[in-house]
Design a protein around this ligand. Structure first.
Ligand code: CA
Length: 578
């Protein structure tokens, strides 16, 4: 950490802060601690769910995201930043700065019998919140957790946010659900419902807005309670994961926008991304998914994308309110804001089958309204709304309201992932590429600049440790903690490049290695493909047969990494099965 330089202004500010409860120990004086902490930035880490590389305006989209675009215009955008292709592994990696398997979340939240697949964060990792809290940050979280195996109302909560470093939490413990009645909705350590929560009474409950409202609240309360301390906030939206749920007023903005189908929107994004310098002008556009001419009913399919756009729009509106609160607290300039996405656009078929409704409607035992205290037991249908209506899907039901449950499908996901191949789950570029917007007026020189260095979720922990001047611990609760895998992104904030390194992926047997401009990738159960990312990031020209020595070299690195991190062959067998 840089040596603290005292100014008269710092000194006076320090004097003003000594009345706060600083919890001092050791040899620091109150004014020393205060001065140090006032210079450290707040860190606001925002992540969205199931969105593609081209879904933000500042990454080529037609979707209206003026607040994120504004952060990008005054900050730095990465063009080659990567996630882990799926909700749980991404969240485990993001929170711990480790590869997901090292953190115990090699797959999802089931215990598969291997230490690297216990389905929850283990004791050999620490979260960013734990690290920053130990160095004087206040810590808040709103949103989706999804790295705990134990989710029972009265069960163990050792891996819930409050037990993993956060002082306040409002959100959901599991991974998906209705935006009007999210299952596992939770305040701190207690499950609640939208109807029985005395602390939050909006005119209409909508989860995305509820998360934004809580982020604003936590910032406001932070400056009432701890104005002398920096904060770390993790805001994990579920937008735009299925179901396609949005408020009618937001959907109306996109009415008719997608009536021309997939191809023109995808082409428009592709051209815009090239013009913005996000992708190289010589890369091919990956194959088109779906033929709009054959789609029926078209109005239903277009409505799916209208709602999807509205979900992202609603998230951006909330980010605007959060930025306004930071400005109101005079905290905007010294807050490092990250925005990224947990995996690529989602091709899953949730709620899209024509014959699902009989099964879903027959699965609802009664149509009685739910009592205010009754927790929503279901993540997906068969389920009912709080007022007792069965939730429906399929192409006869227009998505958006609370009694619908529909995904936007593979062909729109292909648009989201423009210009890349594949989707959430896979480790081709469409599954793992994410925007990363970094905004920090006091610490980032670039205004609207692009960083083409390769980065990965593991780097967020390293960056937080760096900018906070924190010490990464060697043990947690008596267990030795694994060292960080990532590197600080801070040099890029000053226009410098990161040193070259090798990054690895494994999810459900899909594997990849990225080293320099080379990427070795495999779609389970297929063989290795090799791409030169500098000339072909859309992965259209497999060079494996042309460069077998490079395949061999990268495969050796992959196998060494997989062994080190506890990656098991897919499909998983329990240890007893051998
Ligand atoms: Ca996700």
């Amino acid at each position: 950490m840089a040596k603290t330089v005292w100014t008269r202004r710092d000194f006076l500010r320090a004097l003003g802060a000594t009345g706060a409860s600083l919890g001092l120990s050791g040899c620091h004086t109150a004014s020393q601690v205060s001065t140090r902490t006032t210079r450290r930035p707040n860190i606001l880490l925002i992540m969205s769910d199931d969105m593609g590389f081209s879904d933000l305006g500042c990454y080529g989209s037609e979707i209206h995201t003026p607040n994120l675009d504004s952060l990008a215009a005054d900050g730095l955008r990465f063009t080659q930043f990567y996630n882990c292709a799926r909700c749980c592994p991404t969240r485990a990696s993001l929170m711990t700065g480790l590869y997901p398997h090292q953190a115990g979340v090699g797959h999802m939240t089931a215990d598969s019998g291997f230490d690297s697949y216990r389905g929850e964060l283990n004791n050999r990792c620490v979260t960013i919140a734990e690290v920053l809290r130990s160095t004087g940050y206040r810590t808040y979280m709103a949103g989706k957790w999804h790295v705990a195996r134990a989710i029972g109302k009265d069960g163990p909560k050792y891996n819930w946010p409050l037990q993993r470093g956060f002082e306040r939490f409002y959100g959901t413990i599991t991974g998906a659900g209705s935006y009007y009645d999210p299952t596992t909705l939770c305040r701190d350590n207690t499950y609640i419902t939208p109807e029985n929560d005395p602390e939050y009474k909006p005119a209409q409950f909508y989860y995305t807005h509820a998360l934004s409202d809580h982020a604003v609240r936590y910032i406001a309360e932070h400056y009432q309670q701890s104005p002398d301390k920096p904060f770390f906030m993790y805001l994990a939206y579920t937008a735009a994961h299925w179901p396609m749920h949005a408020l009618e007023r937001d959907i109306a903005k996109y009415k008719g926008k997608y009536d021309g189908g997939y191809e023109p929107i995808r082409r428009q994004r592709f051209e815009r991304m090239k013009a913005m310098g996000l992708i190289h002008k010589d890369w091919d556009l990956s194959p088109q998914a779906g033929d709009w001419k054959g789609v029926a009913p078209k109005d239903w399919e277009a409505r799916c994308m209208e709602v999807y756009a509205a979900m992202i729009d609603a998230m951006d509106q909330g980010i605007g309110r959060i930025v306004a609160e930071l400005k109101k607290q005079a905290a905007f300039d010294n807050t490092l804001i990250f925005f990224l996405q947990d995996n690529g656009g989602c091709a899953e078929t949730m709620g899209r089958g024509p014959a699902i409704n009989k099964k879903w409607l027959d699965g609802v035992a009664d149509n009685r309204p739910m009592a205010p205290d009754e927790l929503q037991p279901k993540i997906w249908p068969p389920m009912k709304t709080r007022d007792g209506r069965p939730v429906r899907g399929g192409p006869t039901v227009m998505p958006g309201p609370a009694d619908t449950y529909i995904g936007y499908g593979r062909n729109w996901a292909n648009v989201s992932n423009t210009p890349f191949r594949e989707y959430k789950h896979w480790v081709h570029e469409g599954g793992i590429s994410t925007p990363l917007i970094c905004h920090w007026p006091a610490g980032i020189k670039a205004h609207g600049g692009l960083c083409h260095d390769t980065g990965n979720l593991i780097d967020i922990m390293a960056t937080c440790v760096d900018v906070a001047g924190a010490k990464y611990p060697t043990d947690r609760q008596g267990q030795k903690v694994q060292p960080m895998e990532g590197v600080s992104l801070r040099p890029t904030f000053k226009g410098k490049s990161l040193d070259e390194r090798t990054i690895f992926w494994e999810h459900e047997g899909n594997r990849a290695v990225r080293q320099g401009h080379w990427k070795l990738v495999s779609k389970h159960p297929g063989g290795w493909e090799l791409y030169d990312i500098s000339t072909d990031r859309t992965e259209m020209h497999d060079l494996a047969a042309k460069h077998p020595e490079k395949v061999q070299e990268l495969q050796v690195l992959y196998e060494r990494w997989a062994g080190r991190c506890g990656v098991q062959p897919w499909p998983l067998k329990t240890p007893q099965q051998g």
